[in-house]
Design a protein around this ligand. Structure first.
Ligand code: F6P
Length: 558
């Protein structure tokens, strides 16, 4: 039997479903007003529950036949077999020869998943227990700095997946963070990041977590050395190795390199090469989050992810939310020419969620060749972007409402606010969260149904400005709601987008788990560094444009 990992990708464009979708896209005229008017069951039929998420896809630009054809497309490209192969631990990350098992990070303790005859769930829970014990010690004050002071600030040093997940989740779950602890995050090799993050910290009460899957990332190792120097400078009277041992822990798959850096292996938490960086927030890479919110809440976060994994693994395609959302994205990208996809959380606490999704989606699906090396025959990887509403409404929504481009958008909101506040004025009291949610509901309605010239005229608008005030509508949105932004719900949201990304990757036949595209820039930066530092011979080897930019830098650097 050929395993799904080694089987060739199906060229989606050669399928019967693709041919039908091409026919449907030709001259496609969406009519959300008409569709809703003619079909009172549309909202109910296209609304789905997945774990605690309530997802309304009815304002998407599909009719039943298109949706059924997309479901057929998933069938024809073998989505189910590849999904099974992923969950089983087959080496579906073909170009790196690795299994893809972030889903194993959230399996319950009594589960068993053998990869090459070894139960990875036992490994996962062994590390989790160590991370939890460490977090409990920091939270209780049993773990002190070298001077005996209690730890007040945890600084995570990492970049990409070793930063974006932890910082996003920390911000999202702020209401759950212990009152006497703070986390900060240093990622950029711009020295400003390190300098400003440390500026007001006390080395005696600061603990660093160096998070790097490879422990070879230039930015992270440079920042770790800067932080170590800052610490040792500030604790000049302390024994140097004792200070590093009490103020530095590490998370990595390369524990030998951790030891070389001078971090005690007893203070290192491992994970495995079958966890991609952008899929690692639920591994030991989330240690800063565990310290912040505590093991119990982190376990809820993992349980939330697992609940979404189960939905994705077991729900028929017709009502499988991540699959349907992934297929809709393929429809928008490849048939309706959408170039980008907005994610608009109506939750200030999710303000880093779009940035997190940028790595998840674009590092995963920004590929031009399939997993067998053949070129793709259609567009892949749309640009994901966004900002929390309502801020975005006063910035870029104009383009989504009236611009010439189609921008599918996911709207996310919660029934219960993290901070319920009442606004009292003129003898009236308003629940501010309700005002906030009114915007959430209003925007998707405006985008779907627009405003006709007749409606504009009926408001007494001068004829000359009628065209400027017309909204065409038919701008697709998905509405995702949940009771509240809890650790479990955050886990569900993250896993939802992981599986949307996977679905799209399978349709396009690409390996969503490698990231060779980031390598060339890294390599060139190392090569160019001597020229930047003044080595004229190295500068001569640069192209004329780069040489002249380096020359500008050399002349202006004070
Ligand atoms: O450069 C891309 C990347 O490899 C990401 O995939 C990864 O999340 C990030 O760098 C950080 O890598 P590491 O955790 O190995 O430091």
């Amino acid at each position: 039997m050929t395993s799904a990992a080694s089987s060739d990708p199906v060229d989606a464009t050669s399928t019967a479903a693709w041919a039908r979708l091409t026919e449907r896209a030709d001259g496609f005229e969406p009519d959300l007003r008409g569709w809703f008017a003619a079909d009172p069951g549309r909202a109910e039929r296209l609304t789905f529950d997945a774990a605690d998420l309530h997802v309304d896809l009815s304002k998407g630009l599909v009719d039943d036949e298109i949706l059924a054809t997309l479901v057929g497309l998933a069938d024809e490209v073998g989505l189910e077999a590849r999904r099974e192969a992923m969950f089983r631990g087959e080496r579906i990350n073909v170009t790196e020869g690795r299994p893809v098992l972030h889903t194993a990070l959230r399996l319950p303790e009594d589960a068993v998943l053998e990869v090459d005859g070894h139960d990875v769930v036992a490994d996962v829970h062994e590390v989790l227990r160590r991370v939890y014990a460490f977090a409990d010690q920091v939270r209780s004050g049993a773990w002190t700095g070298v001077t005996g002071d209690r730890i007040r600030t945890v600084v995570n040093i990492g970049i990409g997946g070793s930063d974006l997940g932890p910082v996003m989740a920390y911000e999202a779950l702020r209401p759950y963070v212990a009152a006497d602890l703070e986390c900060r995050f240093i990622s950029n090799i711009d020295p400003t990041d390190c300098a400003t993050t440390l500026a007001d910290l006390d080395p005696a009460t600061t603990l660093f977590i160096v998070s790097s899957k490879t422990f070879g990332t230039l930015e992270t190792l440079t920042n770790a050395r800067l932080c170590r120097a800052w610490l040792l400078d500030g604790l000049a009277d302390a024994d140097r190795s004792a200070a590093v041992a009490k103020h530095f822990v590490a998370v990595s798959t390369a524990l030998d390199k951790v030891a070389d850096f001078g971090i005690d292996p007893a203070n290192a938490f491992g994970f495995w090469d079958w966890v991609g960086g952008r899929y690692s927030v639920d591994s030991a890479i989330g240690t800063s989050l565990v310290v912040a919110i505590g093991p119990e809440r982190f376990a809820e976060f993992l349980a939330g992810m697992h609940a979404m994994d189960e939905h994705f693994r077991t729900t028929p395609t017709e009502s499988n939310v991540p699959v349907l959302m992934g297929l809709l994205n393929v429809w928008y990208t490849d048939f309706l020419d959408a170039q980008t996809h907005a994610v608009l959380p109506y939750a200030q606490l999710l303000h880093r969620f779009p940035a997190y999704l940028q790595q998840l989606t674009m590092e995963s699906n920004g590929k031009g060749v399939r997993w067998d090396g053949s070129p793709v025959t259609t567009d892949t990887g749309e640009v994901f972007w966004g900002e929390p509403g309502t801020n975005g409404q006063h910035a870029f929504y104009q383009l989504i409402h009236q611009g010439t481009r189609l921008i599918p958008a996911d709207f996310i909101a919660f029934a219960n606010p993290a901070y319920p506040l009442q606004d009292s004025h003129d003898g009236e009291s308003t629940d501010v969260h309700e005002l906030f949610l009114a915007n959430f509901f209003a925007q998707t309605r405006a985008l779907a149904f627009g405003k006709t010239a007749e409606e504009v005229r009926a408001e007494g608008t001068a004829e000359a400005v009628v065209p400027a005030r017309v909204f065409t509508g038919n701008r697709p949105t998905a509405s995702i709601m949940a009771p509240a932004l809890t650790p479990g719900v955050l886990g569900q949201l993250i896993a939802l987008y992981e599986h949307i990304t996977f679905t799209q990757g399978v349709v396009w036949g690409i390996d969503s788990f490698d990231q060779w595209g980031v390598e060339l820039g890294k390599q060139l930066a190392l090569e160019i560094a001597p020229a930047v530092a003044g080595d004229t011979r190295a500068a001569e080897h640069q192209d004329p444009s780069t040489r002249s930019l380096i020359d500008y830098y050399r002349r202006h650097r004070r």
